[in-house]
Design a protein around this ligand. Structure first.
Ligand code: ADP
Ligand code: MG
Length: 701
């Protein structure tokens, strides 16, 4: 079960959490429920019946009237179908009831959810089943029961099932290694833990409503560069503006009620950009909670007449938004295997797990890149300040030195912790961290956890964690096989670690990942640089990756093929909608505005020359010529984009279609935008049909 957090219930908890269960369930049922969860065994119907009845009374007391299985289909957002607790009992009487059966499973019509060819539309049946390892909660007077979602044939249709499977695989392989290394802490299981830092933009809702691109696609498709972007770096950690602060305070209350402990909030690098970091929890709970966080952020924003943008790149030219996935593995006895301790070079357990991450990152770079891909994140990775599309691992100074020593068969000399001297006598001295922060790495070791920073802000946390859990489980399983047959396990483990660092050291990079030189260097090291979703998704069909997922029982070949298909279909559809939105805005908003303004200039020239013949009118003529040249180009670019989108629609094969969007539509869109942005720069503000970047980024005070 997820970690217990003892925080005071200040705002009125809406979570059916451990404390509530402890208080309300009969003692034997509570103990049995926990035992079954701990031992990863299925719950009995009898237990479910008691839990259901208790859950219902609690929910009704809190004002709930409905219940729903709350699940995460492949749309990337959550789904719910509400039923009321009311049941007819004959003679026009009704009671409030909720049975064990209703808690355990439900059968929504599944035909409209993406299945990537796994289920024909006529086979509408899909099942949702209660996930007792994540807490139920109340939202909008509805008891929400976190659930998995699968087809009648048992195939996975959601994001939660593979995550739970990957956690099981990681537990199994980690315990093998821990036991082989003598299990000093007496652990019986491990879990992966995640803290997902969420970046987002807040803009004024009235302005948002004036832009179809924001409403339909979540990002601006047009917009000239404002005179001030983020070059002054005055927004990062800057004072939070009162309207934003009011939003954050309200958001905290709503999240705390749902057991989501938002911990730090601050301004991010771009103007209007902010970040929220929750207290970490087990991978499954963290994923559920992040889905809820994104939803609640949007609804709380509406109350403050703001719009919360969770898109990866809402504005060109300033930072995009990510979701830093802080990931660690901890035993049920509280030992974080990534805690290097005082002497990392002698901490075999730590080194073996570290070696597993190093080897996994190198061997499965393709999967790591694929699991964070969508068309929006393609705009961010490698863009302003985001980590590049090249996967590498940052270890920092101290661990880097440990790794170097191991790689070169040398003895590691630990440095004393350096004392920080500020040069100001009254400031107390304190120890420095052993490594500086590196903000440019896509995957960084940060003290006792790994932070995958490539994840996009709108993505579910499930997919990247399925990959991290599984690839590390695979390496651990290979290690276990080797250590099982060793006469001296400790010695064999050290040899293994040294071998891994020698063979896979190329994936470690502690320098500046944003630099041109790194792209060159990475190429020399033979690392992949998969720039777009269309380039990255084929990793799901690679035989090496199919056998990985089949071996650990995460996905079958068919399930992987379906994910590949859904990934590329979504890529094509998202770009298609953007292209159509651009064409419509260009034709119906930009073109009329520019014509009207050009007419004004032309009339000015005529009337000036009528008044005084031979008036030079240099400003007007220059302006008219710029307007005219760019509107002609705009017109051609609209025609080209329209023609190509029609072509794209007709391509039957999803792989070829995705490549066409990547190679033609995206370029057409960039071209169209460039003319529109030039027109924006020379058109009078009152004629321009929608709010500019300056309006959008600087209006919230
Ligand atoms: P920063 O990235 O700014 O240095 P922190 O180190 O405070 O921030 O933590 C960032 C996120 O990592 C937070 O959501 C925090 O809860 C989470 N986190 C901290 N420790 C762990 C851990 N052992 N496992 C997973 N997540 C963690
Ligand atoms: Mg971070």
């Amino acid at each position: 079960m997820s970690n217990r957090i003892n925080v005071p219930d200040i705002f009125g908890s809406l979570v059916f959490n451990d404390e509530v269960m402890h208080e309300r369930l009969p003692r034997d049922v509570y103990a049995e429920l926990n035992r079954l969860i701990e031992e990863k065994k299925p719950l009995t119907f009898e237990i479910a019946q008691v839990v259901a009845s208790c859950m219902k009374s609690w929910a009704v007391e809190k004002g709930a009237t409905h219940f729903t299985h709350w699940f995460q289909p492949m749309t990337g957002i959550t789904a719910e179908k509400h039923d009321s607790f009311i049941k007819p009992v004959g003679e026009g009487r009704i009671i409030m009831n909720f049975s064990g059966n209703e808690l355990i499973r439900s059968e929504p019509d599944a035909s409209s959810f993406p299945s990537g060819g796994l289920r024909a539309t006529f086979e509408a049946r899909g099942y949702t089943a209660w996930d007792p390892t994540s807490y139920a909660f109340i939202k909008d007077r509805t008891l929400c029961i976190p659930s998995i979602f699968c087809s009648y044939g048992g195939q996975v249709l959601d994001k939660k099932t593979p995550l739970l499977r990957s956690m099981q695989a990681l537990n199994k392989q980690s315990m093998k290694i821990i036991n082989l290394l003598g299990n000093p802490t007496g652990a019986t299981s491990v879990s992966s833990y995640v803290g997902g830092e969420q970046e987002y933009f807040l803009i004024d809702r009235d302005l948002y409503n004036l832009r179809d691109d924001l409403k339909l696609t979540g990002r601006t498709l047009f917009g000239a560069k404002p005179p001030k972007g983020q070059e002054m770096e005055d927004h990062y950690f800057g004072t939070i503006k009162p309207r934003v602060k009011a939003f954050m305070d309200d958001l905290d209350v709503e999240l705390w009620k749902l057991g989501i402990y938002a911990n730090t909030e601050h301004n991010e690098a771009a103007p209007a950009q902010h970040e929220l970091a929750p207290i970490f929890s087990d991978c499954n709970t963290a994923t559920d909670q992040n889905q809820l966080t994104m939803e609640i952020m949007k609804t709380v924003a509406i109350k403050h007449n703001l719009a919360c943008l969770i898109h990866e790149k809402p504005f060109a030219g300033v930072n995009g938004s990510g979701k830093h996935n802080n990931w660690s593995i901890t035993t049920n006895t509280g030992v974080n295997v990534f805690d290097p301790g005082k002497a990392p070079a002698e901490n075999t357990l730590f080194l073996v797990f570290l070696a597993a991450v190093v080897k996994a990152t190198d061997e499965y770079q393709d999967l790591i890149r694929a699991c964070v891909s969508n068309s929006a994140n393609d705009l961010r990775l490698g863009g302003n300040e985001a980590p590049p599309a090249i996967v590498s691992l940052y270890l920092g100074d101290e661990l880097g030195a440990v790794a170097d020593a191991i790689e070169n068969d040398e003895v590691f000399e630990a440095h004393e912790a350096a004392v920080m001297k500020s040069g100001v006598k009254v400031i107390p001295r304190f120890d420095k961290d052993t490594s500086d922060r590196n903000r440019t790495s896509p995957f960084a070791f940060t003290g006792n956890k790994f932070e995958l920073r490539m994840v996009g802000s709108s993505a579910s946390l499930s997919t990247p964690n399925v990959v991290l859990n599984t690839i590390v489980a695979e390496e651990l399983s290979q290690f276990a096989e080797r250590l099982e047959s060793a006469a001296d396990v400790e010695l064999a483990a050290n040899e293994l670690v040294s071998e891994v660092f020698k063979e896979h050291g190329r994936i470690v990079f502690n320098g500046n990942n944003y630099s041109e030189e790194w792209a060159e260097e990475a190429k020399k090291r033979g690392l992949l640089n998969l720039k777009t979703t269309a380039d990255a998704m084929p990793a799901y069909l690679d035989e090496k990756n199919i056998s990985l997922f089949e071996k650990h029982k995460i996905y079958t070949r068919e399930e992987l093929e379906s994910r590949y298909e859904i990934g590329l279909e979504t890529y094509c559809k998202s770009i298609h909608i953007e292209a159509l939105t651009m064409v419509e805005m260009a034709k119906r908003d930009i073109a009329p505005a520019v014509c009207e303004y050009s007419e004004l200039i032309a009339n000015t020239i005529n009337s000036k020359r009528m008044a005084v013949s031979n008036m030079p009118c240099r400003l007007e003529l220059e302006l008219l010529s710029t307007l005219s040249k760019n509107s002609d180009n705009l017109s051609d670019a609209i025609a080209k984009l329209e023609k190509d989108t029609k072509k794209a629609e007709k391509i039957p094969d999803v792989t070829a279609q995705a490549e066409f969007y990547r190679d033609f539509i995206i370029k057409d869109m960039e071209e169209l935008r460039s003319y529109a942005d030039k027109l924006e720069e020379v058109t009078a503000k009152e004629y321009w049909p929608f709010p500019t970047y300056t309006d959008l980024l600087y209006s919230v005070v």
